[in-house]
Design a protein. Structure first.
Length: 297
């Protein structure tokens, strides 16, 4: 049965949710290191997720904390929630954000926000290396313009897409793409093959690629922000269009066909069916939600 998997920051848990929103069960409890990105390997029977780690300080309610200390990690469980293991150890990178994969090639890809990088490793956590580095050192890390957040890949064209969100609500967000494959001796901080697709976006967060169409969430100021966007990226890059508005801090996005599920830090999951022209709240958990994906459990 296909269900939604959602990461719950407040409860520190991974929930499995029926597609009609009528049933919720906790698949993995005790996620106490700020989980953010999630991806499912159906063939091998695994669920992977990133952890942002321990925040620098406990913020006030509704205020997003910083994660400048290097204590991010990646964990894995079986589809039934068992055999939990850490595959990328705590401190191997700084802040784990959206996670994606090319399971045929055996690679995970994710963004390291305060670490200012796009990273990759194999499915057991080995061969960890950067593809893109947007800054180095403490001064660069304090600049949100350098923060990589959302990621998706086009394995057929060997391209990686990612967001750099900029300062909160500042309209300084950007989306980039670049070839996945770079020479072994190339400097990820000095790549000349990176393409800027759009800039001056409200605050782009997570990404999903559907064929030639890129879809992403945005947390910026309404009405342009706190929205769901889409744009064609092949064969030409077209102007972004809003396909849904009115979110309470939109974060994760997943779906199939013309249906999109969007999670919010405000605690809800929305179902946007572009084909049917409907936009409804599927479920409200009243706890901040981050990454979301579909899985046959």
């Amino acid at each position: 049965m296909t269900e939604l998997l959602a990461l719950d920051l407040g409860a520190g848990a991974m929930h499995a949710i029926s597609l009609d929103g009528s049933a919720v069960r906790t698949l993995v409890p005790e996620l106490n290191r700020a989980p953010d990105g999630i991806v499912v390997d159906q063939l091998r029977g695994h669920i992977y997720w990133t952890n942002m780690g321990e925040p620098d300080e406990r913020p006030e309610r509704g205020v997003e904390p910083n994660f400048f200390h290097r204590n991010g990690s990646i964990e894995r469980v079986d589809l039934d929630g068992g055999n939990r293991t850490t595959i990328v150890p705590v401190g191997a990178f700084t802040t784990g954000k959206q996670l994606t994969a090319d399971f045929e090639a055996g690679r995970l890809y994710w963004c390291d926000r305060e670490g200012m990088a796009v990273l990759t490793c194999d499915l057991d956590g080995g061969d960890l290396r950067p593809l893109v580095v947007t800054g180095r050192g403490e001064l660069d890390a304090r600049e949100p313009r350098n923060w990589c957040v959302g990621i998706c890949i086009d394995p057929d064209r060997r391209l990686v897409y990612w967001t750099q969100k900029g300062e909160s609500k500042a309209g300084d967000g950007r989306i980039f793409r670049a070839p996945i494959d770079i020479p072994a001796d190339a400097d990820p901080a000095a790549r000349t093959d990176i393409e800027l697709l759009w800039d001056n976006l409200p605050e782009p967060i997570d990404l999903e690629l559907r064929g030639h169409r890129l879809v992403w969430t945005d947390r910026g100021t309404a009405p342009e922000g706190n929205a769901l966007y889409a744009a064609e990226v092949q064969p030409e890059v077209e102007a972004p269009q809003v396909i849904s508005r009115g979110y309470r801090e939109a974060i994760g996005v997943t779906g199939f066909d013309t249906r999109f599920y969007v999670s919010e830090l405000g605690g809800s999951i929305r179902l946007v069916d572009v084909g049917a022209g409907t936009d409804t709240e599927l479920i409200r958990l009243d706890s901040p939600l981050t990454g979301i994906t579909l899985a046959d459990l």
